[in-house]
Design a protein around this ligand. Structure first.
Ligand SMILES: Nc1nc2c(ncn2[C@@H]2O[C@H](COP(=O)(O)OP(=O)(O)OP(=O)(O)O)[C@@H](O)[C@H]2O)c(=O)[nH]1
Ligand SMILES: [Mg+2]
Length: 459
């Protein structure tokens, strides 16, 4: 990674906008901008100031009227001299200004290179840098809040504490090693065992939060499953408040899955309407659709099993519940068309099957809000507003699993009374993995490449 050249990129989204921004970062950012800027001499201006002027090509052609922001030295996002040129948001103008910056000595930035520089210059740790990408991609309140918490160092602090405790532990063990001839034990073994237990607990808590973190980041997938004509497409439309899927009294109306997103209490849900499941269809396309429905059912975070209170059969429902339990699926049983049978009659007929059963009318939108709330509670169940850190990044999750493995090894080693030297080795390995998440230890170049390669250019 080159750090001594100056990089440039368009930082705003492609397409027409009111304003577009070109960003420059590196030792020569200000002198390069000064070469193409007509107005005050930028090299003589104070940091954190903005200046109106013109961008002019080397043949004196006027390109745009702009405002330039200056950040000098380490007090910038990247920790280097940075210039942001705000011009009119025409892709043609922005490209022209960018080309001029390149001609004046800058290099095209790689994806995420500004943030990578911020990391390499010590402006943020690796977990925080990764949160920048998550924040940009956040499409719900929950995703935004977890990313922001991570960006502000919440997660890094948790890791730092774990790491510090482990370093203290290591220090005691190594002290023992120094005095090994004299056969003294500085490290109180029960106290050490307690510390490892504490660390294991904290690590596992972080690991377990990933399930929630993952749904927050990627949305909760909800498969609406049931027999033909149960009212699945009607339910999808009611949840979305729009006529998205075709509804008809003909069994087998939906053939392909239909996916739409819905925001419930700030969490993104991916609703999937599926083809009604039956095994006696002789229509080939419908059969393929049924296969897809089963696939969606198995991979969903939650299954909404919808049935028609007039048609459903108790034995079949019991079999269905057994199946969900056997496959370990999270499910909600939802009785539909209560407007046809009446709520009391429907409850009398089916409620004993499952205490949590919901009774709705997809068509008249009765209890649709209850279903939404129930979906939210099933997945989130009060976990989201707690102060505790939620791991949302797969790399962090995988590394934490390795930390947990090391802790298990340390504990096993202590139980078996292995030598301090071997114990110290396991502890070092554990410290390495903890440091890997925040980039406190040297992180593989390939890993950095993968992390920052996923960013957009200009960030
Ligand atoms: N009375 C009543 N009719 C409903 C309700 N929900 C759906 N229906 C009707 O049931 C029929 C089937 O509805 P759909 O939503 O197409 O059913 P589906 O489960 O998507 O059916 P497939 O796509 O064939 O699997 C339509 O005539 C709907 O108007 C309801 O709550 N009450
Ligand atoms: Mg349908």
């Amino acid at each position: 990674m080159e750090l001594n050249d100056t990089i440039a990129a368009i930082a705003t989204a492609s397409g027409i906008g009111a304003i577009g921004i070109i960003r420059l970062s590196g030792a020569d950012a200000i002198t390069i901008a000064n070469k193409i800027f007509k107005g005050k001499d930028l090299t003589k201006q104070a940091t954190h100031t903005i200046h109106f002027g013109h961008i002019v090509a080397f043949d004196s052609t006027l390109i745009d009227e702009v405002v330039v922001s200056l950040y000098k030295g380490t007090k910038s996002y990247t920790g280097e001299n940075t210039v942001e040129i705000s011009g009119h948001g025409s892709p043609y103008i922005l490209q022209s200004i960018l080309q001029l910056c390149i001609a004046a000595g800058a290099r095209m930035a790689l994806p995420g290179e500004f943030t990578q520089r911020a990391f390499l210059n010590g402006k943020m740790d690796l977990a925080q840098a990764e949160a920048v990408a998550d924040l940009i991609a956040a499409d719900s309140k929950a995703a935004q809040q977890t990313a922001l918490n991570q960006l502000r160092g919440g997660f890094s602090n948790d890791l730092k504490q774990l790491r510090e405790q482990l370093i203290n532990f290591a220090a005691l063990i190594e002290l023992e090693l120094d005095f090994s001839q004299e056969d003294v034990a500085f490290a109180d073994r029960t106290q050490l065992a307690n510390l490892i237990a504490e660390l294991t607990f904290a690590t596992n808590q972080l690991i377990n939060s990933f399930q929630l973190g993952n749904v927050i980041k990627n949305g909760v997938s909800v498969a609406i499953i049931g027999k033909p004509n149960a009212g699945k497409s009607t339910l999808l439309n009611s949840l979305l408040n729009e006529d998205r899927a075709i509804v008809s009294a003909i069994a087998g109306t939906t053939r392909d899955t239909i996916e739409e997103t819905l925001n419930i209490n700030g969490v993104l849900f991916r609703l999937i309407d599926t083809a009604g499941i039956r095994d006696d269809s002789d229509d080939l396309i419908e059969q393929i659709g049924v296969g897809k429905s089963l696939e969606k059912m198995r991979s969903a975070d939650v299954v909404v099993y919808l049935f028609d209170v007039l048609q459903a059969d108790l034995t079949e429902l019991i079999e269905q519940i057994e199946l969900f339990k056997k496959e370990g699926l999270k499910y909600l049983l939802v009785a539909n068309k209560v407007d046809d049978l009446g709520l009391a009659a429907a409850q009398a007929k089916f409620a004993m099957l499952d205490a949590n059963m919901l009774f709705i009318s997809a068509k008249t939108k009765q209890h649709i809000d209850t279903l939404q709330q129930r979906l939210y509670n099933t997945v989130i169940s009060g976990q989201i507003n707690t102060e505790s850190t939620i791991v949302t990044n797969a790399r962090h999750h995988d590394t934490l699993l390795k930390v947990a493995e090391c802790l298990t090894d340390i504990k096993a080693g202590m139980d078996a009374d292995i030598s301090g030297e071997l114990l110290a080795l396991d502890i070092r390995r554990c410290l390495y993995y903890l440091g890997n998440i925040t980039g406190q230890v040297e992180v593989d170049r390939d890993i950095l490449g993968t992390i920052f390669g996923k960013f957009c250019i200009g960030k």
